[in-house]
Write a protein of this length. Structure first.
Length: 150
């Protein structure tokens, strides 16, 4: 299956960046900058509303069917680990943003492991756009499916 899925759309998602969720996520991640919890401080800093934290985009994972996309890729969930996640922001997310994301396969390869056996490495990229269709964030996920145990 290696390489044949490149370009495949894995899923699509839409969500709103909500003020309450920004506040909750900021508290949960011990963020101290008031632009994330105080709308007046955010406006004083030049933003229209609360500014989402840099990792806030992970909340969209709760709106996705993770099991379905793993199955669509032909991966065995019990052998999958996340190798890495990276975000590239075109602009900060703010309360009131309405985003749509499309996740695609951009890499799919098999490698031999250092301790024997093989692993499959699938790289996914999601581009999130705002309500005007302007790109806001790109997320890259690397999934590693370990080989079967002997």
């Amino acid at each position: 299956m290696s390489g044949e899925l490149i370009g495949t759309i894995v899923d699509k998602v839409a969500f709103d960046v909500e003020r309450g969720k920004i506040w909750e996520f900021s508290r949960a991640t011990f963020t101290t900058d008031p632009v994330h919890t105080d709308a007046d401080a955010a406006r004083a800093a030049g933003f229209d509303d609360l500014l989402a934290t840099p990792t806030h985009i992970v909340v969209v994972g709760h709106r996705r069917d993770q099991r379905a996309f793993v199955e669509k890729l032909g991966l065995a969930l019990e052998r999958v680990v996340v190798g890495s996640v990276r975000w590239q922001y075109v602009r900060p997310l703010q309360a009131g943003d309405s985003l749509r994301g499309v996740r695609r396969v951009v890499g799919d390869e098999r490698r031999e492991g250092k301790r024997g056996g093989s692993m499959r490495i699938v790289t996914l990229e999601t581009e999130y756009v705002d309500s005007t269709g302007t790109p806001v964030v790109r997320q890259q996920d690397v999934l590693i499916e370990r080989g079967k145990s002997a």
